[in-house]
Write a protein that binds this ligand. Structure first.
Ligand SMILES: N[C@@H](CCC(=O)N[C@@H](CS)C(=O)NCC(=O)O)C(=O)O
Length: 205
């Protein structure tokens, strides 16, 4: 049995969404953040980092969204709906790059923005200038890469869309998505999918 340890308000809803897209059975354990917005200590009993998502596959535990998604497609997506086969090395490399992108290049500047939003005024200038430039660089790149496509890799949802949607959602929550209407429409489409709505329902929103 797959058990998802889900922390409310954060990225793990997106992992639950992917499990719903794959149509898998899974158990859910839900945690609430403490009064300063951090994960509760019980999550450290599942994985030493104490963060979420963390997924217990029975024989092992994974605590990185991209690794979880990769294992899920390698194990359960036998029709190659959500990832190209490993035998198609070029398509798979592009897929892997987009999967990694959301957790690495795209996430770092938004995290800096989030932390800055919690700083009192006046904000530190060097960090503010870095964050503004990098957020614009990444969201501009995302919007150009998506273009008029429905999904980041073309006309059907694949695993990298999960993290890509999370980044759009984080940007929206930080008030940064306004200048990127394609990304906003993409995020809204994905978050209206039946599988996403089922994930919201199961996790209690
Ligand atoms: N690289 C990990 C990051 C996990 C992570 O930082 N999760 C956040 C939720 S968005 C968390 O658990 N934060 C609670 C805390 O740090 O106390 C992944 O992509 O899964």
């Amino acid at each position: 049995m797959i058990t998802v340890h889900h922390l409310r308000i954060g990225r793990s809803i997106f992992t639950v969404w992917f499990l719903e897209e794959l149509g898998l059975d899974y158990a859910l354990k839900i945690y609430n953040r403490n009064d300063i917005g951090r994960a509760p200590p019980e999550l450290k009993e599942i994985h030493p980092l104490g963060k979420s998502p963390v997924v217990d596959f029975g024989e092992f535990v994974l605590a990185e969204s991209g690794a979880i998604a990769t294992h899920l497609v390698d194990t359960y997506d036998d029709q190659y709906e959500f990832a190209p086969p490993r035998s198609d090395a070029v398509a798979r490399a592009k897929w892997t790059q987009w999967l990694a992108y959301s957790e690495a290049s795209a996430f770092a500047p938004l995290l800096v923005k989030l932390l800055l939003s919690r700083e009192p005024d006046p904000k530190p200038q060097v960090i503010s200038a870095f964050a503004a430039g990098e957020v614009a660089l990444q969201l501009g790149y995302m919007q150009d890469s998506l273009g008029e496509q429905e999904f980041i890799l073309g006309d059907r949802l694949q695993a990298p869309d999960i993290g890509f949607t999370y980044i759009c959602n984080m940007a929206e929550r930080l008030g940064e998505l306004g200048p990127y209407p394609n990304l906003k429409a993409y995020m809204e489409r994905n978050m209206a999918r039946p599988a996403f709505l089922r994930a919201l329902d199961r996790t209690g929103g």
